[in-house]
Design a protein around this ligand. Sequence first.
Ligand SMILES: Cc1cc2nc3c(=O)[nH]c(=O)nc-3n(C[C@H](O)[C@H](O)[C@H](O)COP(=O)(O)OP(=O)(O)OC[C@H]3O[C@@H](n4cnc5c(N)ncnc54)[C@H](O)[C@@H]3O)c2cc1C
Length: 436
Amino acid sequence: MAATSAAKEQATRAVVVGAGIVGACCAYALRRAGFDVLLIEKDEPGRAASYGNAGSIGLASTPPLGMPGMLKGVPRMLLDPRHALIIRWKHLPRVLPWFLKFAQTLKPERVEAISHARAALLAHAGEAYDDLLAEIGRPELIYGNGLIAAFETDETFAKARYGMELRRRTGIALREMNAAELKAIEPALSDKVRKGIFFPDVRTTTNPLRLTEAIVAAFRARGGELAKETVLAFEGGDAGIGAVVTDRGRHPCDLVVIAAGAWSRRLVRDLGDAIPLAAERGYHIMIGEPQVLPKTPIVSGDRNVSITPMEGDLRMSTMAEFAEIDAPPDHERALRIFEGAADLIRDLEVKVASRWVGSRPSTPDSLPVIGRSPRVPNVLYAFGHGHLGVTFGAITGRLIAQLARHDQPNIDISPYRPDRDYAGGHLMHRLTGKAS
Ligand SMILES: Cc1cc2nc3c(=O)[nH]c(=O)nc-3n(C[C@H](O)[C@H](O)[C@H](O)COP(=O)(O)OP(=O)(O)OC[C@H]3O[C@@H](n4cnc5c(N)ncnc54)[C@H](O)[C@@H]3O)c2cc1C
């Protein structure tokens, strides 16, 4: 492969921890830039959060998870057994500091600033995948049918207006539609759907697992190494970390990239960095070969459920469950939510072929952590992508390779830096010229 001269001179040995979509993209981009790369994964590549998601390349997702006025609705959400937001009470003491920061992000001016910071990364996310998939010869892994946000009542549609205007202000293309217009785009919608928003620029992967696997395969084809080992610790060296210690041995290195999704919090704590990262669990079911298969991905605005066609099957996904990563799953609750959302599709029978739970690596400000460790100069962070890890995979890989080469990233990455104010205060000068 053609290594860049800078990387050749450094002859750098990089270790990437975690082979989800983010780690896979980082490993590929580093290898492409000429680094000697070892990708370490404790399981098989792409089998954690990157396996079970809704597969959306969510180019319209500028609004964050937390929106103004949300707090007053939280008690009702938590008491409603059909709501997608859950906090496991035993977990509350651990996740409380995260929620206190989250609560501070809900001020309208912070939501605005966070949305613009998400938009800045989203603006490059699609093109980064185009380049990556063209290069590895797998462009068919992402298709572009747009996304329908479907609403069952005028009331829920009216509540979505703030998010819609926020999207418009951040440059997102969208069209408000009535039921007839929506059905013209997606005939599988049922009469329950009264209104909707169509996002023409949203794309979807045909299969999230295959996407990660294809990138890992391309990484290996370029001479990258993959090891099935669990990273346990780091050993100090001249430049910071000198070796990564796993359950199978010790790997000397010049550079480490932490891309371990929701598990990253513990790893970076060992490096001395306290980053607020929650495991925000989501669930899916697969409905095998349904009688009616929509061709357009749909998200229910009333029920927080994504309905995504995947290779002839249908995936329904939902939930924001704050719990330990390995707490026992509550598939029954998820099923009740899916059964309600199935009414949006004409004649859809919920015959569950398989079910899944996994953890989004979520920060309070809905921004990923991309940048150099504040304490250890040869460690780069690439995690915390929350609801947009698939979307931001390729662009994160590109940025990590630029940082590894000490090139100036082609995007201002200060909003995503590891030592930021996770309550969004650091973004305020962008809007007002002063911190708040
Ligand atoms: C229900 C649901 C729907 C979603 N829908 C979308 C969507 O439509 N679009 C979108 O963009 N995003 C979506 N997401 C979010 C997206 O799935 C995640 O943000 C993304 O997968 C995170 O990728 P990752 O590589 O950071 O983490 P992961 O995929 O979790 O990968 C981390 C990897 O690190 C490995 N690892 C951890 N610790 C160690 C260790 N010590 N040693 C070695 N390996 C280790 C793990 O085994 C794992 O494979 C969704 C998430 C869920 C749960």
